[in-house]
Design a protein around this ligand. Structure first.
Ligand code: GLN
Length: 389
C-alpha cells in the first residue's frame, strides 16, 4: 500500500509522464511480447569484459574512482579519439567519464545552459533532451527533421537562431531515424555558428554503428566544431552493456570545467571496476571497430525477414534502429498500432510520436535490431502476420 502524504509538490515537469521505454517495456512484459522496442541488446557482452570487471573487483578496485574518471581510461579514450577522428583531447582536462551517457547529457546541459537561454534540438528526438533543458529554466525549441529523409532543414535552423540561443543538440547516428550527418553537414553547421557563442552538444553514442561503408562524421572530426562542442559517448551501446551505466564526454577545457562542476556533485565518479576493465579492453581496437558490420548483418537479416510483412521499411544508415511505415495499410495512430502489435501479435516496438513533443504521428514505428537472431526471427514472424485495419 502506498504511503499517504498531504503534500502536493508543484511539478517541474507537469506534462512529462513515464518515459516511453519503461511504458512499452512494462506492457510488453505483461503480454510476454518479443522485444524489438528498447535499444538494448538481448545478447551477452564479450566474456573477457565480464572477466575484466570481476578481476578489477577482486584486485580491490572497489572505492571511488578519480572524480573525472580512472586516469588510464581517460588516457585510453584520448588516444582512441585522436586515432579515429584526428582531434587530440587532453586526458586530464578535456575527457570526463560519466555514469552513463544520460548523466553526461544532463551534466552538460545543467552546467552550460542558463535560465532564459534557448536550446535548439531536432525532432524526432530522444525523449530526455527537452525535459533536461526545461529543468534549467531554459526554452527547448524542437525543429522537425524533414519528412522523408529526416535531414536537417538548415535554413530553418538559421532562421531559428537568436541572440538567446545557447546550445544546439545534435545526434548522429540518429535515434530514432537512424540517419547520419555528412561532412558537408558539419561544414554547414560550422559556418552557421561562426562568430556566435553557441555550444554544440553532440550525442554520438552510436558512433561505431554505421552501415554500408559510411564513416562517422562526429564533432571531433571537425576542428572548428570540436572547439565549441561537448561530445557524448557511451560504453553501453558500444560494448553491449547498457546496464553498466558508463559513458564519457569530450570538450575543450573551458567548457568541460563547468560540466565537471555539475558531475562532481551529481555522481562524483562513475563505477570504478567497470572503468578499470574498459581501460584494458580499449587497448584492442578490434573490440569496437567491427561493430558496424556486426549490426549491419542484423539490420539486413531483419529487413529480409520483413520483406513479406505489410510494413514498408525506411533505410537505416546507422544506430541499431530501423523505422517501419504502416500508412499503406492502416489508419490507426502509431500508439494504437504499437498497442495492437503487443496485445494481438506479441511483438513490442516504439511509436515514433513518442519522440515528438507535439506527438506528431507519421504512421511509423521504431524497431530495434540489437537482438539475437532468434529474437529477430520471432519478432519478424509476428510482424509478418499483421492484418490491415
Ligand atoms: N537509448 C535506448 C533507446 O532509445 C534506451 C533508452 C532507455 O531505455 N532509456 O531505446
Amino acid at each position: 500500500m502506498a504511503l499517504k502524504s498531504a503534500l502536493q509538490p508543484r511539478s517541474k515537469l507537469p506534462d512529462v509522464g513515464t518515459t516511453i521505454f519503461s511504458v512499452i517495456g512494462q506492457l510488453s512484459a505483461q503480454h510476454n511480447a518479443i522485444n524489438l522496442s528498447q535499444g538494448a541488446p538481448d545478447f551477452s557482452c564479450d566474456p573477457l569484459l565480464v572477466a575484466g570487471v570481476t578481476r578489477a573487483m577482486q584486485q580491490g578496485h572497489n572505492q571511488y574512482a578519480s572524480m573525472t574518471g580512472y586516469p588510464p581510461l581517460r588516457a585510453a579514450l584520448a588516444d582512441k579519439v585522436e586515432t579515429l577522428y584526428g582531434q587530440r583531447y587532453d586526458a586530464a582536462s578535456e575527457v570526463l567519464v560519466t555514469a552513463s551517457a544520460s548523466e553526461g547529457l544532463f551534466a552538460a546541459i545543467a552546467g552550460l545552459v542558463h535560465p532564459g537561454d534557448e536550446v535548439i534540438f531536432f525532432e524526432p528526438a530522444f525523449d530526455s533532451y527537452a525535459p533536461m533543458v526545461r529543468l534549467q529554466g531554459a526554452t527547448a525549441i524542437g525543429l522537425k527533421l524533414q519528412a522523408g529523409d529526416f535531414s536537417i532543414n538548415w535554413d530553418e535552423l538559421a532562421a531559428t537562431i537568436t541572440p538567446r540561443t545557447r546550445m544546439i543538440i545534435i545526434n548522429t547516428p540518429h535515434n530514432p531515424s537512424s540517419q547520419v550527418l555528412s561532412a558537408a553537414d558539419l561544414d554547414r553547421l560550422a559556418l552557421m555558428l561562426r562568430n556566435t557563442d553557441i555550444i554544440v552538444l553532440s550525442d554520438e553514442v552510436y558512433e561505431h554503428i554505421l552501415f554500408d561503408g559510411r564513416r562517422h562524421h562526429g564533432m571531433a572530426t571537425h576542428p572548428e566544431l570540436a572547439a565549441r562542442s561537448v561530445i557524448v559517448s557511451s560504453f553501453g551501446k558500444t560494448f553491449h552493456v547498457t546496464g553498466w551505466r558508463v559513458g564519457y564526454l569530450l570538450a575543450p577545457a573551458a567548457l568541460m570545467e563547468e560540466v565537471v562542476k555539475v558531475h562532481q556533485f551529481m555522481m562524483f565518479a562513475a563505477d570504478t571496476p567497470m572503468q578499470v576493465a574498459f581501460a584494458d579492453y580499449l587497448q584492442q581496437p578490434e573490440n569496437y571497430l567491427g561493430l558496424g558490420e556486426f549490426y549491419q548483418r542484423k539490420r539486413d537479416l531483419l529487413a529480409s525477414l520483413l520483406q513479406d510483412s505489410p510494413f514498408t521499411l525506411l533505410p537505416s544508415a546507422g544506430s541499431f534502429f530501423m523505422l517501419a511505415s504502416f500508412k499503406d495499410f492502416s489508419d490507426e495512430t502509431d500508439a494504437e498500432m504499437v498497442k495492437r502489435l503487443i496485445v494481438d501479435y506479441g511483438v513490442a516496438t516504439i511509436p515514433l510520436s513518442a519522440f515528438y513533443t507535439d506527438g506528431t504521428d507519421n504512421k511509423l514505428i521504431r524497431l530495434s535490431f540489437a537482438k539475437d537472431e532468434a529474437t529477430l526471427k520471432a519478432g519478424a514472424r509476428a510482424l509478418c502476420q499483421v492484418k490491415p485495419r
